[in-house]
Design a binder for this molecule. Structure first.
Ligand code: PLP
Length: 407
C-alpha cells in the first residue's frame, strides 16, 4: 500500500519562527561533529554565565514540595498579587487580581491572546522588524499580520504615518514591542501617546510586549504604554525570562488594563483558553513574588562597568568598525540589528548568507528576514557572549565580510 503523506495543518502554512529555524539544524550538526560555535543567535542568558539570582532558585526549591498540584488556571494568588503591585509601580491603573494571567512564559500568553481574539481576515498591526512570535501567533490564529515599518533613520521608532496608512476596517489590534527585540529601541512617551491616539480613534486593542522593560541603558527610563491611557483596552506582557535570567522557569504574565467594558466576551475567551491549559507551571510561579520583590540585580548589569553595558559598547564599536556596516546603538534589551551596505554586500538570500557564515566561521546569527524585515540587508546580534567570545566572533564576521566583498 502506498504511504499516505501526513501533512501539517493548513493553520501552519504561514507560520514561521526562524530564530530556531533551519540554520540552527546545521549548527547542531557541526556541534555534534565536535566544532565549537559562537552563538549570537538567541536571547537565552543563563548559558552565558548570567545566572538566575540565587534567592529565586532557593525560593523555588523551598516551594517545590508544595507545587505538585494544579494551581488556579490564571496562577497562584501570591504571584498575581506581586504582579498587581508591579502594575501599580508601572502606573498601569485599575488592575486587580482578575486582570492578571500567568503563563508558561509570555510566549504562551501571546499565542493565547491572539487565539482568543481573531477570526479569519482580522488584521493585526505588527512592527517590522518584529519579534517573530507575534507574526506567527497571528497567522496561527487565522488572522492576517500587517507589518508597519520602524524607521532605522529615526532610532528605529515606529513610523506613525505607516501605521495610519495600514489601518483598514478589518484592523483589530496593534502590537508594540518596547523595548524592542531585535532593534534595542526604547520608545519615548510622545510616540506612545500617538500610538494610543491611533488606537483610540480606530478602536484597536494595544498589545504591549514589555519583557525587556528593566534592561535599559544610559539612565533612560521605560514607560508602560498601559500607564498612559485608561480608555483603550491594553494587554501588557512581561515575565522573568530576561531581567531575572530565568527563561527556563517559564514564568510570564499578561495584564489586562484600560476600558474593559466592551471586552467582556473577549475576556471570557481568554478565561476559556486559560482554563483549557489547566494552569501554568507551578514551581515557576513561585519564583515571581521573590523576583519582583527582591534585590533587582539586573541593575548591576546595565550600568557602566556592568557586564551587559560593557558588552553592548564592545559589540557596537566592533561591528560599526567593519566597512559597510552601520548600526543604531541599542538603548535597551540584548540585541542590535546592524545593516549591511547593499552595494558592498549584494546579498540576495540572507538565510544563505548566515548559513555560509556559520559554515566558514562557526558563528551563528539570525538573518534579518527572520524578523519579518523585507530586505536581505540586516542581521541580529545577541550581545550575551563574554568579551573574549564577542571580540572573536565579530572579528570572524569582519573576516567573512571582507571575503564576501571580494567575491
Ligand atoms: N517577547 C519578546 C520581545 C521576546 O524577545 C521574547 C523572548 O525572547 C519573548 C516575548 C518570550 O518570552 P518568554 O520566555 O517569557 O516566553
Amino acid at each position: 500500500m502506498p504511504v499516505k503523506p501526513i501533512l501539517k495543518s493548513n493553520k501552519l502554512l504561514n507560520v514561521c519562527y526562524d530564530i530556531r529555524g533551519p540554520v540552527l539544524d546545521h549548527a547542531k550538526r557541526l556541534e555534534e561533529e565536535g566544532h565549537r560555535i559562537i552563538k549570537l543567535n538567541i536571547g537565552n542568558l543563563a548559558p552565558f554565565g548570567f545566572e538566575a539570582p540565587d534567592e529565586i532558585v532557593q525560593d523555588m526549591i523551598r516551594n517545590l514540595p508544595a507545587s505538585s498540584g494544579y494551581s488556579d488556571s490564571k496562577g497562584v494568588f501570591a504571584a498575581r498579587k506581586a504582579i498587581m503591585h508591579y502594575a501599580q509601580e508601572k502606573r498601569i491603573a485599575g488592575v486587580d487580581l482578575d486582570d492578571i494571567y500567568i503563563g508558561n512564559g509570555a510566549s504562551e500568553l501571546i499565542v493565547m491572546s491572539m487565539q482568543a481574539l481573531l477570526n479569519e481576515g482580522d488584521e493585526v498591526l505588527i512592527p517590522a522588524p518584529d519579534y517573530p512570535l507575534w507574526t506567527a501567533a497571528v497567522s496561527l490564529s487565522s488572522g492576517k499580520p500587517v507589518h508597519y515599518v520602524c524607521d532605522e533613520s529615526n532610532d528605529w521608532l515606529p513610523d506613525l504615518d505607516d501605521i495610519r496608512r495600514k489601518i483598514t476596517p478589518n484592523t483589530r489590534a496593534i502590537v508594540v514591542i518596547n523595548p524592542n527585540n531585535p532593534t534595542g529601541a526604547l520608545y519615548p512617551e510622545s510616540v506612545l501617546l500617538e500610538i494610543i491616539e491611533i488606537a483610540r480613534r480606530n478602536q484597536l486593542i494595544i498589545y504591549a510586549d514589555e519583557i525587556y522593560d528593566k534592561i535599559v541603558y544610559d539612565g533612560e527610563t521605560h514607560t508602560s504604554i498601559g500607564a498612559l491611557a485608561d480608555d483603550v483596552l491594553t494587554i501588557t506582557f512581561n515575565g522573568l525570562s530576561k531581567a531575572y535570567r530565568s527563561c527556563g522557569y517559564r514564568a510570564g504574565w499578561m495584564i489586562v488594563s484600560g476600558d474593559k467594558r466592551g471586552a467582556k466576551d473577549y475576556i471570557e475567551g481568554l478565561n476559556i483558553l486559560s482554563s483549557m491549559r489547566l494552569c501554568p507551571n507551578v514551581p515557576g510561579q513561585y519564583a515571581i513574588q521573590t523576583a519582583l520583590g527582591g534585590h533587582q540585580s539586573i541593575n548591576d548589569l546595565i550600568v557602566p562597568g556592568g557586564r551587559l553595558y560593557r558588552q553592548r559598547e564592545l559589540a557596537h564599536q566592533l561591528l560599526t568598525a567593519i566597512p559597510g556596516v552601520t548600526c543604531v546603538k541599542p538603548k535597551a534589551a540584548l540585541y542590535m540589528f546592524p545593516k549591511l551596505d547593499p552595494v558592498m554586500y549584494p546579498i540576495e538570500d540572507d538565510q544563505q548568507f548566515i548559513l555560509e557564515l556559520l559554515l566558514e566561521e562557526r558563528v551563528l546569527l539570525v538573518q534579518g528576514t527572520g524578523f519579518n524585515w523585507t530586505r536581505p540587508d540586516h542581521f541580529r546580534v545577541v550581545f550575551l557572549p563574554n568579551v573574549d567570545d564577542l571580540t572573536e566572533s565579530i572579528n570572524r564576521i569582519a573576516r567573512f565580510l571582507d571575503g564576501y566583498r571580494k567575491r
